[in-house]
Design a protein around this ligand. Structure first.
Ligand SMILES: Nc1ncnc2c1ncn2[C@@H]1O[C@H](COP(=O)(O)OP(=O)(O)OP(=O)(O)O)[C@@H](O)[C@H]1O
Length: 397
């Protein structure tokens, strides 16, 4: 069960919902619907599943409908048609139709929201802002203090607990907003352009902090942004919206490599592919490499071979009859010990290795890179040839 799922939702602002829905079904544009009915099309035919633990970024130009669908997740916006399923206490609840008590329960325990303008109460201290939701729930002071202090430590604001929020910088205020959202322990966080009021350096830092926190807390985050860099950096999944409709949803790589239409292509035109692409985008897949028995041939001359076991995991390296050494690089950043690298003949790295890291590894070691999946099985080869060809293909558009 996804944590959040939009099933074919339409959202209309205005009295003539029926008239607007009819025109949506006829495929009319927002302008046509506005002229004919006076109603504003907020969202049309939106379907999207957001899995538990995912960061899904809703991206698009101003007015494209990002906030509109985000706010349907806790029914701050009513949907005219369709379902908004939210995983609540182990089952999928249609927020669009559930009763008021269930809705209140969902808002209090399952879905929490972080706003662009922080939404803090200036007459309360940082500690009392973070504990506000818990206070509304009727939680006792001691328990509240324990949770609030834990969340303040999480966002690095322990020493600021007694200050008033207007004594804090914008970046710090947004950290208070984050701590408040974390304090409710909601599984789903809705973040409506939370960093866009901040200057670029602070924004970049908070994005890193959010990614770092997410590695520890595994929330489901639905994040609205109009900035593609931010979307590509944060999103496991990115849904691009135009005129109230989702025009493409996929991974950063899908969007960069296969933009669905001219609108998406325009967004990605100026992106630096190195920050987004992973080894998988350029590697020569294992299945297309020449096999010789239990060995996979890595070079044209047939002198470099890697032996794989019955499951396809690389076990040894054969350099024209001499045994070579395989060295393992860690994580998507491809970290490797210098001494190990200099003694080795080939590097084994995870398949989600960032292309930028692959290039750095190549420059640093000048060794071919074997990419392996999360079970250690050979997924493909990423050497100079693959990297150059992959980049050229990308740059050629
Ligand atoms: N409460 C409302 N009443 C009437 N129209 C609304 C309301 N909320 C949103 N809209 C309209 O719905 C459309 C989509 O707005 P939305 O705020 O979702 O866009 P967005 O993509 O989030 O843009 P932005 O980045 O500017 O916030 C816009 O045309 C907007 O004017």
């Amino acid at each position: 069960m996804p944590a959040v799922e939009f099933r074919n939702i339409d959202i209309v602002f205005g009295a003539d919902q029926k008239g607007a829905l009819k025109l949506i079904d006829e495929g009319r544009s927002r302008e046509e619907i506005l002229t004919a009915t006076g109603a504003v099309l907020g969202a049309a035919g939106v379907s999207l599943a957001i899995e538990r633990g995912e960061i899904c970024v809703l991206m698009g130009l101003s007015g494209s409908g990002k906030s509109t669908i985000l706010r349907a997740i806790n029914r701050l916006n009513e949907v005219a048609r369709g379902e908004v399923l939210v995983e609540h206490k182990g089952s999928a609840v249609d927020v669009a139709r559930c009763d008021e008590d269930t809705l209140r329960d969902i808002r209090m325990h399952t879905v929490s929201m972080v706003f662009q303008q922080f939404g803090l109460l200036p007459w309360r201290t940082v500690r009392d802002n973070v504990g506000f939701g818990l206070e509304l729930r009727g939680m006792g002071a001691a328990e509240r203090r324990r949770i609030v202090d834990e969340k303040l430590a999480m966002v690095g604001l322990t020493n600021w607990a007694e200050k008033y929020t207007n004594e804090l910088s914008g970046g710090m205020q947004q950290r208070v907003g984050l701590a408040r959202a974390f304090a409710t322990d909601a599984d789903i966080l809705l973040m409506d352009e939370p960093f866009s009021a901040l200057d670029p350096l602070i924004r970049d830092k908070l994005q890193d902090e959010l990614l770092d926190l997410q590695r520890r807390i595994h929330k489901t985050i639905v994040f609205v942004s109009h900035d593609l860099d931010e979307a590509l950096k944060l999103g496991n999944k990115i849904a691009i919206m135009e005129g109230g409709r989702i025009v493409q949803a996929g991974t950063a790589e899908d969007i960069l490599l296969r933009p669905a239409n001219a609108y998406v292509a325009e967004f990605v035109k100026h992106m630096n592919p190195l920050n987004v692409l992973r080894g998988t985008a350029v590697m020569r897949p294992a299945a297309s490499l020449r096999r010789e028995g239990d060995a996979v041939v890595l070079d044209k001359g047939g002198r470099v071979k890697v032996k794989v076991d019955a499951d396809g995991r690389p076990v040894s390296l054969d350099l024209n009859g001499r045994a070579g050494l395989l060295a393992v690089a860690d994580g998507e950043a491809g970290k490797i010990d210098d001494k190990l690298a200099s003694d080795s003949d080939c590097i084994v790295a995870p398949v989600d290795l960032k292309l930028k890291a692959a290039i750095e590894l190549k420059r640093h070691t000048d060794l071919p890179i074997l990419l392996v999946d999360n079970l250690g099985r050979l997924a493909g080869l990423c050497d100079d040839d693959e990297i150059y060809r992959g980049l050229l293909r990308r740059l050629d558009g």
